[in-house]
Design a protein around this ligand. Structure first.
Ligand code: BGC
Length: 797
């Protein structure tokens, strides 16, 4: 039987250590720490990394004659260092240079505690057992703790332990970025606070954010606690203590290291170093802190847990995925100015940037912790002025949100990128992926559907929708031949197509996904203004200079946007069908893994833009975001008479032309095939479950988990298999769970009601918890029920 609450590695494997570090990250949304061993420094095998949400710094380089600046999520002072040796002359423990007799690493997902048990024998035959445990407190966002228990198995004498903070840190994880600057921490100042505690304060070099980390290391020794001797030491960037303890074979000594972390961006904090130093002595023992941390997680699992009783593998991976989603986006984040980082707080890939991935993450949060999605949308709201400026500079109206976003919301996409296969730096046109704004609009609307939060809509949501609608209205041009509006020069969700073969970086025209979402957004912007109070509407009209004419124009455009079709399918973009067909079989047999076909082709002097080859779901995104009935309505509003059979035809067309070079692709494909091609869904869902666990992209997970794919796998259980839609002030269900999952049960929050959904196959029971509140209207297969608090209803297809 699989223990579905534990991720266990039962032997040491240097080759997969960095992957395990990412998978064993522990965090609380405010900060997170990779599962690197406490005794290691960054090298080929290990990479300790601790990241604070939203803490960025910018560095500049000259590459191929071009000046480029990159803003990165900063790897802060390493708080983990804690190592041992036997006697003053012994060698410090180094797992890569010792006989490992026993090894077990265990991520306890229920409590978010990482444990590592190692038994080693040194060159003199001394055998020592180590038990290391750590957590980043979900109870107190500024606190983390590490406990190391050491037992000399067959030797006695003096045990030396070196416990330190290390401020000599770089952002060095991602090999592709190694030619670029990586030192973000400057003015590292070290301070001894008390006989057992130290502090490092550093400042980021450009954003000048001060970061303070304080640590206290206490010894627990059943026999002789007071005999521990602390010798302070400091180097240019490190500070700590060497602690000597007399030990006897078979007796354990435990070291408890507790840390506090504060920055100049924090709420309720005057000075980070003062806060770290003041809060450190207020922390209780490791045990007491662990107790509170465990209670906080218990509460979270009550809200977020999904029980799958028929499939242990799915159950375990879903827990792992939820754990990492919550360690990145916990309730503590509701208080912060941060977005959804594509790779979690688990590594340095994509430099911690925020893309459109919230589109895949919001549905999980909307239905459980809507206050958090509201806060994440305010991250976008605060960056509206920057997005308005970007639109203005580009010659458009409204707000043009950046494809990659960091601290201040300017475009952070790189302009050059390295193809590791060819060693060449190539132009990167990804800032043309303006569709990110459409995802933001979709998210605002979905949040409103889940919560009916009129205040949010009036204060933030409608303004975001209006400015995005304005941008897209100004982005359209009227094509007199077609008598329709067109949108030229964009990049759609499929990043392989940054242009046409003759102009590879100029974008493509009439990306179906972008055009359809534009039509939808223009309508929702108008609708949002009719949902808020007359006074809020009048205020917004005045503040944003909206008039009825503008709304009428959005409506007009929303009915007349061009969507390309070819051979009875929706065309990914205009002229896609004229591109060359790729010999997929030949490329697969030559290269095996062709997920990054763009890099393979570029290294061979070719250009993926020339081929009908997509990195990830693009047109198919439409079937992911809209149910077939909603999509047909959108098309009919556009004046296109399409019938439902266009959906399977379109899926069949793109399926063999997609390399799935993004983990998001598996999420979308599993979703869109769920009802028509069960066996395919199973394969894609299986890939999605494996995406990070087995690192299906061959090396990317070690640089950070794929947060959207993780959330996407959860969403397939909660919304796709249940057919759950939030539309027209009701919940629509259309259950169709694979029998192999057994019974699937989860909780939801919908417009103030707490619901429990229990589903098996095509039957679903929904219960509403007792309490105040209005009945929830639920539609299933033609049946409608108004479910009052304290009642249950069973629906079946
Ligand atoms: C995908 C994007 C995604 C980004 C960050 C890329 O590989 O193509 O769709 O937003 O990763 O996750």
């Amino acid at each position: 039987m699989v223990d579905t609450w534990h991720l266990v590695f039962d032997h040491y494997d240097p080759a997969s250590e960095k992957l395990r570090e990412a998978l064993c990250t522990v965090g609380n949304g405010y900060f997170a720490c990779r599962g690197a061993a406490p005794e290691v420094s960054a090298n080929q095998t290990h990479y300790p990394g601790t990241y604070i949400a939203g803490l960025f710094n910018r560095l500049t380089d000259v590459i191929a004659g071009t000046t480029i600046s990159n803003e990165s999520l900063v790897n802060i002072t390493n708080w983990l260092p804690l190592n041992f040796r036997a006697g003053e002359s012994g060698r410090w423990f180094d797992i890569d240079r010792t006989d490992v007799l026993e090894y077990r690493q265990d991520l306890d997902m229920q409590r978010a505690v990482l444990e590592r048990i190692v038994k080693v024998r040194d060159e003199s035959g001394r055998i020592t057992k180590l038990i290391q445990r750590r957590f980043v407190s979900m109870d107190s966002p500024h606190v983390a703790a590490l406990q190391v228990t050491i037992r000399p198995e067959n030797w006695s004498g003096s045990l030396e332990v070196r416990s330190a903070l290390d401020g000599g840190i770089r952002n060095d994880l991602v090999e592709r970025y190694r030619d670029l600057s990586s030192v973000h921490l400057s003015s590292v100042e070290t301070t001894f606070l008390t006989h057992d505690s130290v502090l490092i304060e550093a400042q980021t070099s450009e954003s000048r954010i001060r970061i303070a980390v304080a640590s206290r290391t206490q010894v627990r020794h059943d026999h002789n606690a007071e005999s521990a001797e602390y010798r302070p030491f400091r180097t240019s960037a490190e500070i700590g203590h060497i602690i000597s303890v007399p030990v006897t074979a078979g007796q354990e000594v435990t070291f408890d290291k507790v840390v506090t972390v504060f920055t100049g961006r924090d709420n309720a904090c005057g000075s980070p170093s003062v806060a770290a130093a003041r809060w450190l002595p207020r922390q209780g023992s490791f045990r007491a802190l662990l107790g509170k941390h465990t209670t906080a997680w218990k509460r979270l699992w009550e809200q977020f847990g999904i029980d799958v009783d028929g499939d242990e593998r799915t159950q375990r991976v879903i827990r792992l995925h939820l754990l990492h989603v919550l360690q990145t986006l916990s309730p503590h984040v509701a208080d912060l100015d941060v977005g959804v980082p594509a790779r979690g707080l688990h590594g340095e890939a994509y430099r911690g940037h925020i893309f459109w991935d919230d589109l895949f993450v919001f549905p999980v949060l909307n239905l459980r912790l809507p206050a958090l999605t509201a806060a994440l949308s305010r991250y976008r709201y605060r960056r509206l002025p920057e997005a308005r400026h970007a639109a203005f500079v580009a010659g458009y109206q409204g707000a043009m949100f950046p494809w990659q976003s960091g601290s201040d919301g300017r475009e952070e996409s790189q302009t050059l990128h390295l193809n590791p296969r060819s060693g060449r730096w190539n132009v990167d046109a990804s800032q043309r992926a303006h569709h990110v704004g459409l995802a933001i609009a979709y998210n605002v609307w979905q949040y409103y559907q889940a919560t009916a939060d009129h205040e949010f809509l009036a204060d933030y949501g409608a303004e975001i929708l209006v400015e995005i609608a304005r941008f897209w209205a100004s982005r359209t041009e009227f094509d007199t031949t077609r008598q329709r509006f067109v949108i030229r020069g964009v990049i759609g969700p499929d990043e392989f197509h940054s242009g046409y073969p003759e102009a590879p970086y100029d974008g493509i025209d009439n990306n179906a996904y972008t055009n359809v979402l534009t039509a939808w957004t223009l309508r929702k912007a108008g609708e949002s203004l009719s949902l808020i109070s007359a006074q809020s509407r009048a205020e917004l009209f005045a503040a944003l200079h909206i008039d009825e004419g503008e709304i009428a124009r959005w409506d007009h455009i929303s009915r007349r946007i061009f969507v390309p079709f070819h051979d009875g399918v929706i065309c990914q973009f205009e002229r896609y069908e004229t591109l060359r067909e790729l010999d997929w079989g030949q490329y697969r047999s030559r290269h095996g893994d062709i997920q990054r076909l763009d890099r393979i082709l570029e290294a061979e002097g070719e250009d993926v833009n020339s081929y009908q080859a997509s990195k990830q779901a693009d047109v198919l995104m439409l079937f992911y975001l809209f149910s077939s009935s909603e999509l047909l309505e959108v098309f009919s509003h556009l004046g296109y008479q399409v019938t439902p059979d266009i959906i399977p035809r379109t899926i069949e067309y793109y399926l063999p032309r997609t390399s799935h070079g993004s983990t998001l692709s598996a999420a979308v494909h599993a979703w869109v095939l769920a009802r028509s091609r069960r066996s395919h869904t199973k394969d894609f869902y299986s890939d999605l479950l494996d995406a990070d666990l087995t690192d299906i992209q061959g090396g990317t997970t070690s640089e950070g988990i794929h947060l959207a794919a993780m959330a996407g796998s959860v969403d397939i259980l909660q919304r796709c298999f249940s057919g759950l839609e939030l539309r027209d002030d009701r919940i629509i269900l259309n259950p169709c769970y694979p029998e192999s999952l057994g019974t699937v049960q989860f909780g939801l929050r919908y417009r103030g009601s707490r619901l429990t959904v229990r589903a098996k196959g095509t039957t679903v029971e929904v219960c509403s918890a007792p309490g105040p509140g209005l009945p929830v209207r639920i539609d299933c297969n033609g049946a409608t029920a108004d479910l009052p608090p304290g009642s249950c209803e069973v629906f079946a297809l």
